[in-house]
Write a protein that binds this ligand. Structure first.
Ligand code: ATP
Ligand code: MG
Length: 421
């Protein structure tokens, strides 16, 4: 992508009403646009980063047998009444509206009920199970406070997955496979070491649900953890009973601020009982399906990564999430020899499958470097008149600041050896 053609621009200041670090950085670097509090548009750079997170999640959900679909944003009131979750006193984040033709609708803040209802069309006998489905969808939630940038949106992308199993054994196998798959996702996003599988509230059927909590100063949660013991407890459920049940003492635990990046639930047969979703067993009896639900906050993850992987100069993307791997920065663009050389390198890199943002704009070096630092791509390759004289480029690794001088051949060799694309 030629930066001269990119419509989004960097800016020195974020809007005055934007207080969160992730949104300030993402706005200044041209990744997102703030429509209103908690509502952000994703511009080309931001969308590419979101899509890369989604690809990683998609690969890992497919690997455990997930089938992708997409449910509707508009939802039927009657479904949620059946599980007693239409009432604003029961669910405090509903956006609701009414149809001109009459009748109320809800805007999807979760899809547990509609998807369970839909499955009645496909689940007949025990032979139809298990089923694992997932989607990426924009959830709408009327959050009271939205001050954490993209980490708490009123509109945000979630990956939600649902499992439909015969019984507990089947369910547990998939539940555990999902925990492993989630940990692989966080590994690939560079967050594994700071992410804990955490005992949390919210289990209607079980004592606890499991949250995936990532250490993050800007997070809204607090977790007590012990790395050696591999245990983490959300402060919401931290009490004598929990300590006793999990066989730990408070002294062994450290308190950290975290962001909830995922949450998984075991519904037992309760949800399907409420919805009337049953299968016919081998003995010919109608048995409620054993359901589970599994969320990952895709756009919240983008915010967490922006918070954790940044410095005073700007964003510092992990390669797996960066919208482009290489920022090719051409200096002295007014010199045709330098310009042609840079154009050629751009084409060669792209031909090799390396994703490149090419700063071909006629600006001063200092301005270009400041923008490049702010945008935060993993590698900066500088093409200059001085480099041209001895046939080398300066390659700067954004994260470490390491500077290398490479020939064109060495540069391609570097990217060929290292799967950076
Ligand atoms: P929170 O406690 O942060 O409000 P939640 O428990 O209500 O989140 P879930 O219903 O468990 O959220 O949703 C699954 C995942 O979606 C969460 O683990 C989180 O990563 C993400 N998520 C939830 N609410 C938001 C939001 N308002 N903005 C961005 N991501 C969100
Ligand atoms: Mg949750």
């Amino acid at each position: 992508m030629r930066q001269s053609k990119l419509f989004s621009k960097t800016r020195r200041e974020a809007p005055a009403d934007e207080t969160s670090k992730n949104a300030q950085l993402l706005i200044r670097a041209g990744y997102i646009h703030k429509e209103m509090a908690g509502v952000y548009a994703y511009l080309p750079l931001g969308l590419r980063a979101v899509e890369r997170i989604k690809s990683i999640v998609r690969e890992e959900m497919d690997a455990i047998g997930g089938q992708e679909l997409i449910m509707t944003a508009l939802q039927r009131k009657e479904l949620w009444e059946r599980t007693n979750r239409w009432d604003d006193d029961m669910v405090d984040v509903w956006f609701k509206s009414s149809l001109k033709a009459g009748g109320e609708v809800g805007f999807g803040w979760s899809h547990e009920e509609p998807i369970g209802e839909m499955m009645k069309n496909f689940v007949g006998s025990y032979k139809d199970l298990p089923i694992f489905v997932y989607q990426f969808q924009t959830k709408l939630r009327n959050e009271l406070r939205a001050k954490s940038g993209v980490m708490r949106g009123r509109e945000f992308v979630m990956k939600d997955m649902y499992s439909f199993a015969l019984g507990e054994e089947d369910h547990t196998t998939f539940y555990n496979a999902t925990i492993d798959a989630y940990l692989r996702v966080f590994e690939r996003l560079g967050l594994r070491n700071d992410t804990f599988v955490t005992f949390a509230s919210g289990g209607a059927f079980t004592q606890f649900s499991h949250e995936f909590q990532t250490i993050c100063e800007a997070g809204e949660d607090e977790v007590y953890y012990n790395r050696e013991k591999g245990i983490a407890i959300n402060s919401e459920v931290m009490n004598e009973q929990t300590l006793h049940d999990l066989k730990v003492t408070k002294e062994e635990l450290t308190l950290v601020k975290t962001a909830e990046v995922g949450n998984i639930f075991n519904f037992g047969r309760q949800k399907a009982t409420d919805l009337g979703l049953t299968y016919q067993s081998e003995a010919g009896e109608a048995v409620p399906v054993w359901m589970g639900s599994y969320g990952i906050g895709v756009t919240r993850l983008l915010g967490v990564i922006a918070e954790k992987f940044s410095d005073e100069k700007g964003l510092v993307w992990p390669t797996s999430v960066a919208p482009y791997t290489v920022h090719l920065v051409s200096l002295q663009t007014e010199d045709p020899a330098v310009r042609d050389w840079a154009d050629g390198i751009y084409q060669n890199l792209v031909a090799r499958g390396v994703s490149v943002l090419y700063d071909d704009r006629p600006l001063r070096a200092g301005e270009k470097f400041a923008d490049s630092d702010l945008i935060g791509l993993p590698y900066r390759v500088i093409v200059s008149k001085k480099g041209k004289e001895n046939d080398t480029f300066e390659v700067v690794t954004r994260r470490t600041g390491e500077v290398r001088h490479l020939t064109e051949e060495a540069l391609y060799g570097d990217f060929d050896n290292d799967p950076l694309t």
